[in-house]
Design a protein around this ligand. Structure first.
Ligand code: FES
Ligand SMILES: [Fe+2]
Length: 378
């Protein structure tokens, strides 16, 4: 069973404060997965704390439409999570104002003169193959909030035309780490062999002696889409010292945005393809919720799909142990054979705010350094 529990004791408060102080702004601009669509029942309200904000996600009774709103009632600040859904409205627990999904006040029990406009702040969601995504903007300014995002969450054409089917999803849990580490992982090629070179039983940390995984990885920026980078890895098993070409597979991991949305394409020569979303949602500056959701060619044996995804998933806990205790060095000492860490960090600047927004009080201790301050030139 995949477990992200670290083998080490919890970090001291001093270490956590040190880490928070050094990492960049924790909620970069991008698409974030909030929940799977079918996890929310009709009439349900779910409180969500993430990206430095408080939200309620709720589902209408009749139509089943799902809405995301700021959690605090615009009237006098009660938390709408304690309210209830009444038909196509959410009702505040305090004075029982009712708000429609677009933020309008629909009903006030003691007044026939509701305020005009849409006082409840709503956020648009995109449902992509059963997952709800929010486009979050790191810049505090609301000037651009109604502009469409520069890119969309990728869909899988083979799911839309019914050739691929959902083969699994997993709530992997939470990791005490900063989101930039997800992006850095792709360019730090020197860690693949020492950390991920040992073959393990899929979905576990149990090593299989005398079987190694050989990685040949390449990182590229997408020339047409400035928010996109790719990590291509050719993987083969080395069994008793011999590389077995028949075990070869290729994976392309496309990073849409700041490490919040990774889209995988596994190609198994002669057997077909698997597509997977791997998502990271910052709950707080050093805490990420991790989820996997994968789809495969309907003709591909389920056991093979389970093996491929489980094999990849087994590699995550080795990174997690490092991520949960490390710091961020603005000026790392690199050697010539390290990956393009600085180039990736310069690319990453586009997702960070141009001015450091004020973090919510809970996050303010150890406020992040202004974005880009210490990124060396090429
Ligand atoms: S605080 Fe919500 S109705 Fe008054
Ligand atoms: Fe890694």
């Amino acid at each position: 069973m995949l477990s992200l529990r670290s083998r080490r004791p919890d970090n001291s408060p001093l270490l956590e404060a040190h880490r928070e102080d050094r990492y960049p702004y924790p909620y970069p601009t991008g698409w974030y997965r909030l929940a799977s669509t079918d996890s929310l029942r009709r009439g349900e309200i779910r409180y969500l704390e993430c990206l430095g904000k408080q939200f309620v996600l709720w589902r209408e009774q009749e139509s089943g439409e799902i809405h995301l709103m700021d959690a605090f009632c615009p009237h006098l600040g009660a938390n709408l999570a304690l309210g209830r859904v009444r038909g196509d409205c959410i009702e505040c627990p305090f004075h029982q104002w009712q708000f429609a999904g677009d933020g309008r006040v629909d009903h006030i029990p003691y007044s026939l003169r509701p305020p005009a406009g849409t006082p409840a702040r709503t956020h648009q969601l995109e449902d992509v193959h059963g997952q709800l995504f929010l486009y979050h903007r790191a810049d505090a300014s609301t000037d651009n909030e109604h502009e469409p995002p520069p890119y969309q969450v990728p869909r899988i054409p083979e799911v839309d035309d019914d050739r691929f089917v959902l083969r699994g999803h997993r709530d992997v849990g939470r990791i005490r780490m900063h989101i930039i580490e997800i992006a850095e992982n792709a360019v730090d090629t020197a860690h693949f062999q020492p950390l991920h070179g040992q073959f393990r039983l899929p979905w576990t940390q149990i090593p299989v002696p005398k079987i190694e995984i050989v990685h040949q990885a390449k990182w590229t920026l997408d020339e047409e889409s400035p928010w996109l980078m790719h990590f291509d890895d050719d993987v083969v098993l080395r069994i008793l010292g011999r590389e077995m070409a028949r075990t070869g597979a290729r994976v392309r991991v496309s990073y849409y945005g700041p490490g919040s949305l990774l889209f995988f394409r596994f190609t198994l020569p002669g057997r077909g393809e698997i597509a997977m979303y791997k998502t990271f949602l910052p709950i707080s500056p050093l805490e990420q919720q991790v989820d996997y959701r994968w789809f495969a060619d309907r003709r591909m044996p389920r056991l093979l799909v389970w093996y491929v995804i489980g094999n990849w998933a087994s590699q995550l806990p080795q990174d997690v142990d490092i991520w949960q205790t490390k710091t961020y060095l603005p000026r790392p000492v690199l050697c010539r054979d390290d990956g393009p860490v600085h180039q990736m960090r310069r690319w990453y600047q586009q997702f960070l705010p141009t001015t450091t927004p004020t973090l919510p009080p809970a996050d303010r201790e150890g406020e992040a350094a202004p974005s880009g301050r210490d990124v060396p030139a090429a």
